[in-house]
Design a protein around this ligand. Structure first.
Ligand SMILES: [Zn+2]
Length: 222
């Protein structure tokens, strides 16, 4: 209730926002490092998956650098519960993707899930707002009950130790497979670095029949 007495500050530069700005001021919005491979035609993100999993499209809204501007917004979203930031990034990217032919046929948006315990601790999946806004812009559904993050069993831990690709933290499973059969899925995450998380998700999603996969993230590590 006290909130109304305090000016709202930009999550990037901490300057006061004007009444038409939400979480991000116009200056920061202009300065955010744009990746947008869907419009530049760069295969920088797609390349990460060559020889690993088949991917139709892969794009990211922004570049992410340690201590850079993008990090400030992603951290506010993840650790200060500034959920609006995910929605803003999702609406921004969705607005662009809906005009691009190779993204128009996406049937469903699937968020990289959090482990149940993490979800309980944080209270929300930081990718949800981003994914829902993209789904809305594309006229696609948002499906968050197919892919789940699980606690690895002993044998999985052993397998992952020798596999190099997956870290122990990144164990996913699939359920309700029939929901995604035959669909073009857009898997969304906050930041992509090596692509290991999205690869691990893909291996599971591809267990469903006739599934095609594309990826979109808020940011890609530079
Ligand atoms: Zn700012």
């Amino acid at each position: 209730m006290l909130n109304i007495f305090f000016p709202k500050l930009c999550r990037g530069c901490h300057k006061e926002l004007n009444s038409s700005e939400l979480e991000i001021c116009a200056v920061c919005r202009h300065e955010l490092p744009i990746a947008c491979f869907h419009s530049s035609g760069s295969d920088e993100m797609l390349q990460l998956f060559y020889g690993r999993v088949p991917v139709v499209n892969a794009t990211s809204l922004l570049y992410f650098k340690k201590n850079g501007l993008t990090q400030k917004f992603v951290h506010a979203l993840k650790y200060k519960k500034a959920k609006k930031i995910g929605e803003i990034f999702g609406a921004w990217l969705g607005e662009e993707l809906k005009n691009i032919d190779s993204y128009k046929d996406i049937d469903a948006v699937i968020p990289v899930p959090l482990h149940k315990k993490k979800l309980r601790d944080r209270g929300f999946n930081q990718v949800e707002g981003f994914g829902r806004e993209i789904a809305k812009a594309l006229g696609a559904s948002y499906i968050d009950d197919v892919l789940v993050k699980i606690t690895p069993t002993k044998s999985q831990v052993f397998k992952e130790k020798i596999s190099r690709i997956f870290s122990q933290e990144e164990v996913f499973a699939i359920q309700n497979t029939h929901i995604i059969t035959g669909k073009h899925l857009l898997v969304v995450d906050d930041i992509i670095t090596s692509g290991a998380t999205l690869e691990s998700c893909s291996v599971n999603l591809l267990k469903a029949e006739n599934v095609r996969l594309s990826f979109a993230t808020m940011a890609i590590t530079k």
